[in-house]
Design a protein around this ligand. Structure first.
Ligand code: 13P
Length: 266
């Protein structure tokens, strides 16, 4: 029987929300979802300064917390950096790696994403690895080459057994914060390409089939249902629409609907 992948709705808050704004947002989300059943896995990824607050607010509520980056060293003289053990110590369970904004503005490379992925696995943080092509790459017909190269590089020298958990987010760069959404059928095709790349790397179809793949890029209530209806899209990594409870809660609700459809009937 094919594995049932979890449905994941993750919010990447980027560099938004002070501690008190984070409290307000989380409390509004918690109040709005209190009565919902069949919740998807909800992962909130605030900035470092709000992580501890958010962990404390959500811990009894089955919601998980993720960071937006790590340094790959465990500790050391790396001014300004944050390590995986510092995060797990706070109760953080996930980490976004290789976001295109980090690749574009902070010199993140496929090689550094690989180092960070290994550090996150070593410390039992679930990596959410972001991949995606720029508009120029898409127009040049390079989407598949770029995405599969990013996936393969992120997983370089990582064995299937080491890779206890992995989430991939397909985030076409041209769709991030632009209102331009990748057609769901096309996003699904790229998700299948990602699964195929993982299968080629590990030669384990069950393993590739079990990796949750999220879509990210201008996700909003009007589009999420069609995105989640795709066979290989297991959830969403949401930027702008995760910053307001009234925009994020409908996305969680869409996740609940997908959970209802994917839970095996007894
Ligand atoms: P938007 O949802 O604002 O397009 O951002 C997507 C994103 O970058 C999530 O990581």
């Amino acid at each position: 029987m094919p594995s049932v992948r979890p449905v994941i709705i993750a919010g990447n808050w980027k560099m938004y929300k002070t501690k008190s704004e984070a409290e307000e947002l989380v409390n509004s989300i918690l109040a709005a979802i209190a009565e919902l059943g069949n919740l998807p896995c909800v992962v909130l990824c605030p900035p470092f300064t709000a992580l501890e607050t958010v962990v404390q607010l959500v811990q009894a509520r089955g919601i998980e917390v993720g960071a937006q980056n790590i340094d790959y060293h465990d500790a050391g003289a790396y001014t300004g950096e944050i390590s995986a053990p510092m995060l797990t110590h706070l109760g953080v369970k996930y980490v976004i790696l290789g976001h295109s904004e980090r690749r574009q503005y902070f010199g993140e490379t496929n090689a550094s994403v690989n180092l960070k992925l290994k550090a996150s696995l070593k410390h039992h943080l679930v990596p959410i690895v972001c991949v995606g092509e720029t508009v120029d790459e898409r127009e040049a017909g390079l989407t598949d080459a770029v995405v599969s190269r990013q996936v393969a590089a992120a997983l370089s020298d990582v064995s299937a057994t080491e890779l206890s958990s992995l989430i991939i987010a397909y985030e076409p760069v041209w769709a991030i914060g632009t209102g331009a959404v990748c057609e769901p059928v096309e996003a699904n095709r790229v998700a299948q390409l990602i699964r195929g790349t993982i299968n080629n790397l590990y030669h384990k179809k069950d393993f590739a089939e079990a990796v949750p793949i999220l879509y990210g890029g201008s996700v909003k209530a009007a589009t999420i249902e069609e995105q989640l209806a795709q066979s290989d899209i297991d959830g969403a990594l949401v930027g702008g629409a995760s910053l307001k409870a009234e925009e994020f809660v409908p996305l969680i609700q869409a996740g609940c609907k997908k959970v209802c459809l994917t839970v095996p009937k007894t």
